[in-house]
Ligand binder design. Structure first.
Ligand code: MLZ
Length: 265
C-alpha cells in the first residue's frame, strides 16, 4: 500500500494550518460504504442533471463509489460519496411519479429505452436502501481562509483526492489549488462542495491521498518544495498506479462491469 502522507510535518514545513472541519459539508465520521460492484441504483446524470438514470457500481474506494450509467458508454464514469443526495435506490423516481431517463449519449435508439430499462433491471442486483446515507448539513457560511490546507478531488482525475490549499475566497466560492502542480488542476467551487474534505479525511475514511506534486511554482510559498529521492519515487509509483487505476481487484471489477454493461442485448 501507499505510505500514509504525514500531514503534521507538511503543515509545519509549509507553516500553514488545516481548514477546520466546521467549514466543510462533510460528516464528522465518514459513513460506511455498503455498496458492492455490480449493484444498481438511480443517479442524477452528471452531464444532464435534470435526468435520473439507472447506474451500476463499478468500484468502491473508502466512502466513494465509481458509477457508470446503464446504456451509456464506459468513458464517462463518475464518482460519488455514499451520502450524496444524487444517489437513490431503484424505484425512487417511479414512486415520486417521475420517469427514468436514458443517459446523455444513450447508445441505442431512444424508442428502445423502455425495453432497455426492463432488460437492464431484470434479475439485477439492487443496492439495499441502507447503503444510501443522509447528506451532511450545509455550513451556514463560507468560513474558509486563504492559505488553509484541505484534501480535494482532482476534477480532471476524479478518482484522486489530493493535497490542496485554499488559494482564494470570493463570496460563496473558494479557489482550490493543488500543491506542487503549477495550477494545472486548480478550480473554483462553492464552499459547500462535496469534493473538498478536511485534512485527515482520507486516512480516517480509508481513501488513498495523493501527496503534493513536485512541480514548483516560481515564487510560490505553496510549491511544496523539491521532494527527496524516496518521496519522488513514491510519487512516481503512486502516479503510475493512478493511471493504471487501482488494485487488481478493481481492475477485474471494471472488466466485469464493462462486460455486463455491453452484453445487455
Ligand atoms: N498522472 C497525472 C496525474 C496528475 C494528478 C494531479 N492531481 C492534482 C499527471 O501526472 O498529469
Amino acid at each position: 500500500g501507499n505510505p500514509i502522507f504525514d500531514w503534521d510535518s507538511y503543515l509545519k514545513e509549509t507553516s500553514s494550518t488545516a481548514a477546520p472541519a466546521y467549514c466543510f459539508k462533510q460528516h464528522e465520521e465518514s459513513p460506511e460504504n455498503e455498496f458492492k460492484p455490480g449493484m444498481k441504483l438511480e443517479a442524477v446524470d452528471p452531464r444532464n442533471i435534470t435526468s435520473m438514470c439507472i447506474a451500476t457500481v463499478i468500484g468502491v474506494v473508502g466512502p466513494r463509489i465509481r458509477l457508470r450509467l446503464d446504456g451509456g458508454d464506459n468513458k464517462n464514469d463518475f464518482w460519488r460519496l455514499v451520502d450524496s443526495s444524487e444517489l437513490k435506490p431503484v424505484g425512487y423516481t417511479e414512486k415520486k411519479g417521475g420517469m427514468l431517463q436514458p443517459p446523455l449519449g444513450f447508445r441505442m435508439n431512444g424508442s428502445l429505452f423502455p425495453m432497455f430499462l426492463v432488460k437492464t433491471l431484470n434479475g439485477a442486483f439492487y443496492s439495499p436502501d441502507t447503503a444510501f446515507k443522509s447528506e451532511p448539513d450545509t455550513p451556514t457560511d463560507n468560513l474558509f481562509k486563504v492559505g488553509q490546507k484541505i484534501e480535494a478531488v482532482d476534477k480532471k482525475n476524479p478518482h484522486l483526492i489530493c493535497v490542496a490549499t485554499i488559494g482564494d475566497v470570493n463570496k460563496n466560492n473558494i479557489f482550490v489549488t493543488f500543491d506542487g502542480w503549477r495550477g494545472a488542476f486548480d478550480y473554483w467551487c462553492s464552499y459547500d462542495s462535496r469534493d473538498i474534505f478536511p485534512v485527515g479525511w482520507c486516512v480516517k475514511s480509508g481513501h488513498p491521498l495523493q501527496p503534493p506534486g513536485h512541480k514548483a511554482v516560481p515564487g510560490s510559498r505553496y510549491s511544496g518544495g523539491r521532494p527527496n529521492g524516496a518521496q519522488a519515487s513514491t510519487n512516481l509509483k503512486q502516479n503510475l498506479n493512478d493511471s493504471l487505476n487501482l488494485t487488481p481487484d478493481s481492475a477485474s471489477d471494471l472488466e466485469t462491469g464493462i462486460q455486463e454493461s455491453c452484453s445487455v442485448f
